[in-house]
Design a protein around this ligand. Structure first.
Ligand SMILES: Cc1cc2nc3c(=O)[nH]c(=O)nc-3n(C[C@H](O)[C@H](O)[C@H](O)COP(=O)(O)O)c2cc1C
Ligand code: SF4
Length: 429
């Protein structure tokens, strides 16, 4: 795949936030085709055939998820586009929203038609002020053209989109937390089942999909499921946005085929390591997934390959760490985030994230003990699989993997030895 599909705006001089210029690039033809040439079930089948897997983190098959919406319940069906994007290391959805919003609107209109939904919401992270403005304008422009509202594209269908701003909590990105928040409540995740496809927002069948997932949909209609499947591994193919951050020369969002080698993304796309530095470790899928040591990074970046290597593709937030990184300090920072963001409903998460952070502060500050290391691991272990949502697992997995893979550094810290990172490292209380 040489062309940019999802980041097409980088390859054209057109301003794709301007609907006239977007139309000049063939915009909205895929949506017209979907709404006038397909039955809803035909679209669900096409997306199933494409093997599109959700880009929000879990990689759930999109067409299959859509097929779970019960028919004839007499209730309205809702589509929620998850634009909360708060996982540390992840900053791809905002690129789509800010530079190519109509691509996303097309995906939403097509998905809404496929699941027989008339009202869709985009739940956007509160801090994304520019993205919000861009979306509101794009929706108004699409409405004026007859692409949203009543009788879209001259059909009998009504489809509209509203934008809802979050207020800056990571947990609002968890699909049932998002649903509660959209209903005007505190974003407390719900116990599943029932899953949102059956009982979602306002008690109605609801599909929650990530921005990038929905952006892929228009291209599947335009070019077909075989084209999509031809990009990367058949079990989870397609164009993919990778966010590369950390100690590289050119951090940024890069589009490459699903399954692109991780080392290519670091060395070729992101320009390699900073001058004079060497690779120490990589978190491949956002801060919540297990870390890989440098020697474990010869892997392809797709769902199955990263899982085989003992980590997860997650949100494809690749955080690169070089030889100057103190793993104790890095883990302390990550753990602070999850402690701050726990919604507090479940005891293992509310108390566990607090204990993880307390223990890491002790160890990082030079007053930790061997016993603290054991307790750290056992607290993390006790948090996994015991809570309403997987934020607790997201907090525990980095702890367990850092401890397992960089045991020597943690042990050096509790023994009061110099930090093993190749940098002047100041311990802070
Ligand atoms: C704590 C937590 C935070 C999440 N944050 C996001 C997010 O910001 N954006 C997102 O798309 N999915 C996020 N997810 C995943 C969503 O719950 C959901 O699986 C996803 O939006 C489904 O979309 P997809 O099927 O298109 O991947 C989060 C999950 C958890 C547990
Ligand atoms: S696991 Fe944590 S964030 Fe998720 S519902 Fe329980 S307390 Fe809230």
């Amino acid at each position: 795949m040489n062309e940019k599909v999802l980041l097409h705006f980088q390859d054209t001089s057109a301003d794709l936030t301007d609907i006239e210029q977007y139309l000049g690039e063939g915009g909205y033809e895929a949506t017209r085709k979907a709404l006038t040439e397909y039955e809803p079930d035909g679209l669900v089948n096409l997306v199933k055939e494409s093997n599109l897997r959700g880009r929000g983190g879990a990689g759930f098959p999109t067409g299959l998820k859509w097929s779970f919406v019960p028919k004839d319940t007499g209730k309205p069906v809702y589509l929620l586009c998850n634009a909360d994007e708060s996982e540390p290391g992840t900053f791809k959805d905002r690129e789509i929203i800010e530079h190519d919003p109509h691509q996303l609107l097309e995906g939403i209109i097509i998905a809404a038609y496929a699941i027989r939904c008339e009202i869709a919401y985009i739940y956007i992270r509160g801090e994304m002020a520019l993205g919000y403005k861009v979306l509101v304008k794009a929706i108004a422009d699409a409405r004026n053209k007859g692409f949203l509202g009543k009788n879209v594209f001259g059909t009998q269908l009504s489809i509209d989109i509203h934008v809802h701003r979050g207020a800056g909590a990571y947990i609002c990105g968890e699909e049932t937390g998002l649903i509660e928040s959209l209903e005007g409540k505190r974003a407390y995740p719900r116990i599943k089942p029932p899953f949102p496809a059956v009982y979602g927002v306002f008690g109605c069948p609801t599909i929650v999909n990530n921005v990038e997932t929905l952006a892929c949909v228009k291209h599947i209609i335009e070019r077909g499921s075989d084209w999509f499947k031809s990009i990367g591994p058949e079990g989870g193919p397609g164009p993919k946005l990778y966010c590369v951050s950390g100690h590289v020369r050119k951090p940024g969002v890069y589009e490459a085929p699903m399954g692109t080698p991780l080392r290519d993304l670091i060395d070729r796309y992101a320009g390699g390591m900073l001058p004079g530095r060497t690779l120490k470790a990589v978190i491949p899928g956002g801060s919540s997934v297990p870390i890989l040591r440098a020697e474990e990074t010869a892997i392809n970046m797709d769902f199955d390959s990263v899982a085989k290597a003992g980590s997860m593709l997650g949100s494809a937030g690749i955080i690169v760490m070089d030889n100057t990184t103190c793993m104790v300090r890095a883990l302390r920072t990550i753990t602070h985030f999850y402690h701050h963001e726990s919604c507090g409903q479940c005891t293992p998460c509310r108390e566990g994230t607090g204990w993880l952070e307390k223990l890491l502060i002790r160890i990082d500050s030079g007053v930790g003990t061997d016993e603290d290391l054991k307790v750290l691991d056992s607290v993390a272990q006790g948090m996994m699989g015991t809570t309403i949502c997987v934020l607790a697992d997201a907090a525990a997995m980095p702890v367990r993997s850092f401890l397992a893979k960089f045991a020597d550094e943690f042990e050096a810290h509790v023994r009061g030895e110099d930090c093993r990172a190749d940098a002047v490292h100041r311990r802070v209380a």
